[in-house]
Every structure is written in C-alpha cells, then in structure tokens.
Write a protein that binds this ligand. Structure first.
Ligand SMILES: *[C@@H]1O[C@H](CO)[C@@H](O)[C@H](O)[C@H]1NC(C)=O
Length: 344
C-alpha cells in the first residue's frame, strides 16, 4: 500500500509541484525481462534468511566496505544439480550447501550480466528436501549511486564528516547487500544481525531482540526480531549515529519513532504527528491491517543522501531529509504539506 501511494504521490508531485521539488526522481521504469532471465520459482524457493552483516569503523570511515554471511533455507521443488540466485558487486569467499546425508561439492558461476549466479553441485539436489545455502562474502558500500547498501555522509556540528551505511533496495539493490532470490515473488522471513561500532546505532525493519552485546574491538552486535514473510526489496538497515525520538502509538498499538542526524531532533515534530495519523488513515483506506501483516513498529528515518522521496520498507520508511524534517524557523507551510503528502 505504501508503495503504490508513495509512487502515486511522487507522480502527482512531479506534475503539480513547483520547481523546488522537481528534483524528486521517479523510480526508474523497469523493462520487463524475458522469462529466461528470471529465476525458476518451481525449482528452488527460499523460506528463510539468516543474514549476519559487519560494518566496522574502518569499513565506514575508510574502506567503504562490509562483510556478510547469509544462510538461506531452501525448499527444492525438482531434482537438479544447479540453481540460480542473484548477487551484484559481492565477493564470495565460501559457498556451502548442506542437508543431512548430502555431501555435494559446490561451485559457482557468474554473476552474469543479469546479476545471476549459478550454484552447481556434483551431487543431486533432491526435490522435497530442505537445504541450507551458506555464503560468506564481502561487499562495497557504494559512494556514488544511493542504491544497495550504500554510504551517506553529513557534517556534524564540529565540522567533522560523519558516515553512515544505509539501504535502498527497490528495485534491485538487495543483491548488492546479500546474495538472494531478488524478485518480489520470492518471499521469505529474515533474521538480520548487524555488528557495528559501539558509537553508532543499528536500525532495521523490526525491533532488536535484545540490547546490543559487546563483541570486542569497539564493536557491538544486535539481532533483530524475525521479519514477516516478505520480499527482498522491502528489507532495510542503517548503521549511523542517528538519534531517535518516539512518537504516539497508532490506533492499532503500533509504536512509532522518527530518527535522523544528531541535532535535527528539533525538526521531528511534524513527522512525529503525521506517522500515527498516516498509519490510521492508510489502514482505513486500504483495509490492510499494518500489525496483522506482522509489523510491530514504524520507524521513519531521514537520510542525508537519498535518491527518491521516500521508500516504503516494512517497519522502517526511509526519506530524504526535506520530506521528513520540518524546521519551524526555516521550512514553509508548503514543506509541511509535503511531509504529509509523501507519507500518503
Ligand atoms: C527556532 O528558533 C528558536 C528561537 O531562536 C529556537 O528556540 C528554536 O530552537 C529554533 N528551532 C529549531 C528547530 O532550530
């Protein structure tokens, strides 16, 4: 629902808004792919991902890299000795496929120009069985295109450049953060764990299961609650020094919060007011229960470098700052309307 209405809002805004907002880019039109370039949904389906990501201070400030491990639980629909997944700009170090009684040796091929990696086994992968595909890898935090798991920056009050790592996965960015079945019909649940500098916070689609635990070397680790069954393009996570302020609960009890750069908290008020109101209104309008889809919170985060107006990730909507933050001394009533408008 967020997607449709958000896109609608952007479409309308591009026609009717004054010049100031003509910078809002519409999502790129997607060229339909030939079926040969799509993953075979009858062959292998993911049901669950356990994704473990690490972003160190050096990764964030200097190397613009991250490392990851993903364990995908797969259900096999047909006997095969190979299947395909998506990955882009990731370097795999180990790939294993496991099931009790299975000892196939795995090799990979690709990615090809459609970001498709072929996983090959020298022993039959058998239909009806559940396998775990585990991939250890590294990736790049992009500095240039605000897509995938990318790096954004701002200047703090002391004039120091601060970096954050954040995501934009629609339409095909998830494959740049973790190997996955990156088509919307391949829905699964996700357990996301992030290891990050203790001076930062980590945010994702769901609430942390527990407080972050110290893992040494100035790093802490947090695991988020299992997501609802969902598409990869709606996954999101942020490692930043953001400050979050809680707002009122929506009528269905969903807690809301707004997060942004330290020092911007004074500009959260309109977003804090709009969030529960928008959730209530949208649920009435669409007749989809937000909580009944498995969502237990609503975070709205303002990202310093953001390609579009807003992105409707489940549980954590990301925005460009001008579409979320409202400064009583600098913003206009028109800007306030835009904040409500983008939400709807
Ligand atoms: C707006 O200006 C007033 C008076 O200078 C100040 O108290 C307030 O904090 C400012 N608001 C923001 C969001 O900076």
């Amino acid at each position: 629902m967020w997607r449709l209405l958000c896109v609608l809002a952007l479409v309308i805004s591009s026609d009717t808004m004054p010049k100031k907002y003509s910078g809002i880019q519409l999502k790129k039109p997607v060229t339909p792919r030939a079926s040969a370039n799509r993953l075979d949904a009858n062959l292998v389906q993911p049901t669950h991902y356990a994704l473990d990501l690490t972003v160190t201070k050096d990764d964030l400030e200097n190397k613009a890299e991250f490392s990851g491990n993903v364990q995908m639980t797969l259900t096999v629909g047909k006997d095969t000795d190979s299947f395909q997944i998506h990955a882009k700009d990731l370097t795999f170090s180990t790939v294993t496929l496991t099931k009790s009684g299975f000892s196939g040796v795995i090799t990979t091929e690709g990615p090809d120009t459609d970001d498709i990696v072929t996983i090959k086994s020298n022993q039959k992968i058998t239909s009806g069985d559940s396998y775990i595909l585990e991939i250890q890898y590294t990736g790049k935090l992009s500095d240039t295109d605000m897509d995938g798991f990318y790096r954004s920056r701002y200047t703090d009050d002391d004039g120091k450049t601060k970096y954050l790592a954040t995501t934009q996965f629609e339409e095909m960015g998830a494959r740049r953060a973790f190997p996955c079945f990156d088509e919307p019909s391949f829905k699964a649940t996700f357990d996301i764990t992030i290891t990050y500098p203790s001076t930062s916070i980590a945010l994702s689609n769901t609430q942390p299961k527990a407080d972050p635990s110290d893992v040494g070397n100035g790093l802490v680790k947090v695991t988020f609650e299992t997501t609802p069954k969902m598409s990869t393009y709606l996954i999101a996570f942020i490692v930043s020094e953001f400050k979050c302020v809680s707002g009122k609960n929506a009528a269905d009890g969903t807690p809301t919060e707004v997060c942004g750069r330290p020092g911007t908290e004074g500009t959260f008020s309109v977003a804090l007011e709009a969030a529960p109101a928008a959730l209530d209104t949208m649920q009435g309008f669409t007749r989809f229960g937000y909580a009944s889809l498995g969502n237990k919170k609503m975070t709205q985060a303002a990202i310093p470098d953001f390609a579009i107006g807003a992105m409707e990730n489940w549980g954590m909507i990301t925005y460009r700052e001008s579409d979320l933050l409202w400064d009583e001394n600098q913003s206009s009533n028109y800007d306030k309307q835009i904040i409500f408008f983008t939400k709807m």
